[in-house]
Design a protein around this ligand. Sequence first.
Ligand code: ZN
Length: 405
Amino acid sequence: MKTLLVILDGLGDRPIKELGGKTPLEAANKPNLNQLAAEGICGLLNSVDIGVRPGSDTSHLALFGYDPSVYYTGRGPIEAAGVGIELKQGDIALRVNLGTVDKKLIIKDRRAGRISSVKPFEEDLNKIKINRVQTIFRAGTEHRGALVLRGPNLSSAISDPDPHEVGLKVKKITPLEKGKAAENTARVLEEFVAKAHAILESHPHNKERVKANLLPANYLLARGAGVVPHIPPFPEKYGLKVACIAGGGLYKGIGRLLGMDVLPVEGATGGANTDLNAKFNAVKKALEDYDFIFMHIKGTDALSEDGDLRGKVHFIEKVDAAIPIVTSVKNLLLVLTADHSTPVCLKTHSADPTPILMHGEGVRVDDVKEFGERPCAKGGLGRIKGAHLMPEIMNILGKSKLYGA
Ligand code: ZN
């Protein structure tokens, strides 16, 4: 039996007056999801814990059975894995923006005029040499990138040079704890940022931008330093060959950090304009080679954060229309849930539990006939936590280890 875990990011929501008191999921026309719910088992899920409002990073770690209080060391390592840097345990990884500063190092724009890519700077930034520490810079999407510091005597306990606000001067990087490692790391990053600034100021690509009346990407704003932890790879932890199909860098990063094969899909954007058919077709194909597929869909969360109620309803309907591509696969355990709720009225994550359904041979079918927040509250799974999800899946797959004798 193969497993497909579909995460509809931020799917869960609250009752909305304009929808006659229904949630976007309840209001959506979704015959296929309803059929899966009717033929499967449903419930509610809190990825991290009841009452906890999780980020997308911590919630995904929890869903895969990795306690975020142990394995989450900041956003840096996940972003760095997401842009394709091969990480080693002990590396210090940071998220990076390329922004614009004036001569006095006052921030004029944190995204360098929404520059389309910082790839043109990648090669030159990787020529920077710092005594005893290897530095790796990789461009991400638009103004984003990631930076890794590798070497002895490093710590993630350093302050951000990014003041997070336009009109303020960039900050000096300082150690946040006593000891040589934090002091050394603050000095190394300070030196890297200064050298990067000099390179970026005189970079031909920036000279072209200035000539074209665009803001130069002349300063590296780093934040979210985290040490790369030792993470037992998913394939070893569960004995399953696993692939990740996602558009967003964060989710590819989580996949890579956990030792999943991240499969590229043309048209997967990590937004509401993603090509759902292309993604589900890629999943169907990957199920021929893999035991377990993690599929991430971001549109539900992106539209919620925009407060786009109709957009969210419509996007759920598009997912419903595309899902028959995979439901025809024989011997499939299909699990569909969210990493957290993102109510449209809040435009941000909430601690409300998310609906979950499991469909496949062996699940104890309950009386729920419709996939929605309230119907699922009456489901046979009850209310579970993210930490229960993989054990529930392993049980259905017949791969649970016997506890006791
Ligand atoms: Zn999320």
